[in-house]
Design a protein around this ligand. Structure first.
Ligand SMILES: Nc1ncnc2c1ncn2[C@@H]1O[C@H](COP(=O)(O)OP(=O)(O)OP(=O)(O)O)[C@@H](O)[C@H]1O
Ligand SMILES: C[C@H](N)[C@H](N)CCCCCC(=O)O
Ligand SMILES: [Mg+2]
Length: 225
């Protein structure tokens, strides 16, 4: 089994869209998949349970099925920094619960698990815990999603460096056009990312308003053969 943790240059970088594209790609490779959005802030009540749009989109794209609570063990109502949302709900996010959910997902024996982070790499989860501590326990390779906007070059280089400094392997990066209006000098920016990042480009995702219903596998380069 392989696991990929999808992080980004920031919140709104396009992690959910890129994670969906990875799930579509693995499905096209005839690999079975499960997805996780372990910590979600910005949830709504659906039939008595708090659910999150990212988690639901990833669950639609995965090829296997599992209980919602394994995909998304922590779901907070407010769309704010998760550790603050957790405090507001008198909940402490623990590594034990996160790793427990990951192990339960792994026990279902998918070929691939795709895990979407929240915010950027160094996301606080409590006063003492940050997301990288959980990622380390999963042994996942990290995919860095770069939301194409002014400022992304600095954020991308620093994030790739931070992931490696934390001892994790970077599988590569995916650039995402998150807005209808193309970033000025888009190609030059992508060329700079290609030169300055030392991991490979795994794909470039164009602006696709109906991305949820589309097969995005075509935008992912072959990297898992
Ligand atoms: N390629 C795209 N085409 C169309 N819309 C996009 C694309 N990429 C991102 N978006 C939109 O931009 C917004 C931010 O993208 P997304 O939700 O994937 O970010 P994220 O990194 O997952 O953020 P979060 O930290 O909240 O999980 C969303 O409204 C999404 O629908
Ligand atoms: C609610 C939002 N869309 C994300 N899911 C959470 C982003 C947290 C960012 C925390 C931070 O680094 O400041
Ligand atoms: Mg998301």
């Amino acid at each position: 089994m392989k696991s990929f943790f999808v992080t980004g240059t920031d919140t709104d970088a396009g992690k959910t869209v890129a994670a969906k594209a990875l799930l579509d790609y693995f499905a096209g490779e005839r690999l079975s998949t499960l997805a996780m959005k372990p910590v979600a802030s910005g949830c709504f009540n659906q039939q008595g349970r708090w659910v999150n749009d990212d988690a639901l989109a990833l669950r639609e794209a995965m090829t296997m099925d599992c209980d919602y609570s394994l995909t998304n063990p922590y779901s907070f109502e407010q769309a704010i920094a998760p550790h603050i949302a957790a405090t507001e709900e008198n909940i402490e996010i623990t590594e034990q619960v996160l790793v427990g959910a990951f192990n339960d997902v792994r026990a279902l024996k998918p070929d691939v698990v795709v895990i979407e982070g929240a915010g950027g790499w160094e996301l606080p989860l409590s006063d003492t815990l940050s997301m990288p501590a959980f990622v380390k326990q999963t042994n996942a390779e990290v995919v860095l999603v770069v939301g194409l906007k002014l400022g992304c070059l600095n954020h991308a280089v620093i994030t790739e460096r931070a992931i490696r400094a934390d001892g994790m392997r970077v599988a590569g990066w995916v650039a995402v056009d998150t807005q209808s209006r193309e970033m000025p000098y888009r190609e030059q920016n992508i060329a700079t990312l290609t030169r300055r990042l030392t991991s490979p480009c795994l794909g470039i995702l164009p602006y696709t308003p109906d991305w949820r219903g589309r097969d995005l596998s075509t935008y992912i380069n072959d990297f898992c053969r």
